[in-house]
Design a protein around this ligand. Structure first.
Ligand SMILES: *[C@@H]1O[C@H](CO)[C@@H](O)[C@H](O)[C@H]1NC(C)=O
Ligand SMILES: *[C@@H]1O[C@H](CO)[C@@H](O)[C@H](O)[C@H]1NC(C)=O
Ligand SMILES: *[C@@H]1O[C@H](CO)[C@@H](O)[C@H](O)[C@H]1NC(C)=O
Ligand SMILES: *[C@@H]1O[C@H](CO)[C@@H](O)[C@H](O)[C@H]1NC(C)=O
Ligand SMILES: *[C@@H]1O[C@H](CO)[C@@H](O)[C@H](O)[C@H]1NC(C)=O
Ligand SMILES: *[C@@H]1O[C@H](CO)[C@@H](O)[C@H](O)[C@H]1NC(C)=O
Length: 450
């Protein structure tokens, strides 16, 4: 057998030195895209495998591996070495060409930015006797004096969305979070702080309160969102380096989840709610924020509680952040709230009910501050992100926010410097009798009645 083969090779190489033509060789421009030694051979028309075999002098399959017929060409596939390819296969004048087999990449299955073309059945939900501050944010009109009433929302609001709470820690086991709250990457200690402050637990109840307004089951806007505890500070504050590192880590996790979309995944996107204040410019923080925005993660921040122009408030004044001021239940500026052109919109923040605890007892508490307003807006953005899986497009999230907020309701803001007269709304507006969309801009789809 070996001798016979040697003869074949010799006779073939004799052919190749005298042959007038050798079949063209087709290959991918990028050689590393080609599979080693793997070729597809096409016959000229009216040339058959039998003709080829008589040229070769033996069963072609014995010259290499992985032989199989490709009748559609017609021709065949085989793995052979260079010498067999040149001296036997390409030297047959009945072969039209030989193509090196290249790798076809499977594109990642990316979810549509908006599911505009798919009919998504959705269901309305109403929370009866919801806190008045929540009621105001799904209302179709300016309310004269909000009381506990129905809060309307898409029943899966926030599902698949990771709300990152960069704060002083959260009590993740508070019943308001059901089982939707967790520590970032399962950490028990934050790597961003000194050991004495390093447990992920809430240091001063601030984080727990605010997180419940973004995603709490009774007190929050996005009632199905994941709440992710990312502790970057203690009561005293957070080193900016810790915040920048945390933003870096959030961006990495978000990008990883986006890339894993070819596996079954309910990941819809992320929002960052950041609690920190400064008055000195930080180039590192500006870059970190631009990078998370570019990755598709909106950043919601509060205006600050000093009753002054937020012109120097960091990160309120960083381009691209959604900076939120506070109003009371009559849409009047909260006495403490900062204001001015850096504000994007306002939300309730004057004595709001939120999750709290006394000792080990879970319960509710009443708080005030622009942090609370920022959390409501965080929940609202999570609502839009979840419905449309807006995981890469912060511009579109901003458009949904603007298309759904209420204009002209606010009172008692200083005339100079002027603040935008815009109030947070999840877009549901039950009285508008929207039958096909849970908010303005959402893909039209059939509405299942409650
Ligand atoms: C060639 O293909 C390899 C493997 O797919 C890839 O990593 C590389 O970037 C490509 N080079 C060019 C110049 O396209
Ligand atoms: C193929 O063979 C048939 C019959 O032998 C002949 O009529 C035809 O012209 C040939 N076609 C080519 C392209 O050689
Ligand atoms: C190529 O493959 C043939 C058939 O398997 C073998 O006889 C020959 O020695 C190989 N040539 C080289 C250079 O590997
Ligand atoms: C929301 O409504 C849909 C459609 O009726 C239902 O399949 C789904 O289970 C509901 N989700 C929740 C959290 O109730
Ligand atoms: C860690 O603790 C030291 C000493 O108390 C303090 O000076 C330093 O600022 C702390 N660093 C951080 C990141 O909190
Ligand atoms: C959300 O961000 C605001 C503004 O920076 C902050 O005051 C508030 O504490 C944050 N909420 C949480 C739960 O971190």
């Amino acid at each position: 057998m070996v001798r016979h083969l040697a003869w074949v090779l010799m006779s073939a190489s004799a052919v190749s030195t005298t042959a007038v033509s050798i079949a063209p060789y087709v290959h991918h421009q990028n050689a590393s895209e080609s599979i080693q030694d793997s070729y597809m051979v096409k016959f000229k028309s009216n040339y058959t495998l039998q003709n080829h075999l008589s040229h070769v002098g033996l069963n072609i399959a014995l010259l290499g591996d992985d032989y199989y017929s490709l009748d559609i060409l017609p021709g065949y596939h085989i793995k052979v070495n260079e010498s067999v390819l040149q001296n036997i296969i390409r030297s047959d004048s009945g072969v039209e060409w030989v193509e090196a087999t290249s790798v076809a990449h499977m594109p990642n299955l990316l979810p549509a930015e908006t599911e505009r073309n798919t009919m998504k059945r959705w269901q309305a939900a109403v929370e009866d006797l919801a806190p008045p501050d929540l009621v105001m944010q799904s209302s179709a009109e300016k309310m004269s004096l909000p009381t506990a009433d129905g809060f309307w929302y898409w029943n899966e609001s926030g599902s698949g969305v990771d709300i990152y709470i960069l704060d002083s820690g959260i009590k993740i086991h508070h019943p308001e979070f059901e089982s939707r709250a967790s520590n970032f990457r399962g950490w028990h200690h934050t790597p961003y702080l000194n050991a004495s402050h390093s447990t992920m637990e809430d240091a001063d109840s601030h984080g727990t309160c605010v997180a419940s307004l973004a995603g709490g089951k009774a007190l929050g806007i996005a009632k199905r969102a994941n709440i992710i505890n990312l502790k970057v500070g203690s009561g005293r504050g957070a080193p900016l380096s810790a915040v920048v590192k945390a933003l870096n880590d959030v961006r990495d996790t978000h990008n990883t989840k986006k890339q894993n979309q070819d596996r079954p995944s309910r990941f819809a996107g992320s929002v960052i709610n950041m609690s920190l204040f400064g008055s000195d410019r930080s180039l590192a923080l500006e870059i970190a924020i631009q990078e998370v925005l570019r990755a598709g993660i909106p950043v919601v921040v509060s205006a600050g509680n000093e009753d002054k122009d937020a012109v120097n408030a960091i990160p309120c004044n960083i381009r691209g952040t959604v900076c939120v001021a506070s109003v009371d239940r009559r849409y009047r500026k909260a006495s403490f709230s900062n204001y001015g052109p850096n504000i994007a919109l306002s939300a309730p923040g004057e004595t709001v009910m939120c999750a709290g605890y006394l000792g080990d007892e879970f319960g509710v508490t009443f708080q005030r501050g622009t942090s609370l307003s920022a959390a409501y807006v965080t929940g609202t953005l999570a609502n839009f992100i979840s419905y449309e899986k807006l995981q890469s497009n912060t511009d579109l999230v901003m458009r949904r926010m603007r298309d759904n907020w209420d204009v002209g309701y606010l009172e008692d803001f200083p005339a100079v410097p002027a603040s935008p007269n815009t109030f947070n709304n999840n877009g549901f507006r039950k009285h508008n009798k929207l039958q096909t969309q849970p908010y303005v801009g959402a893909p039209h789809s059939p509405h299942l009645r409650r």
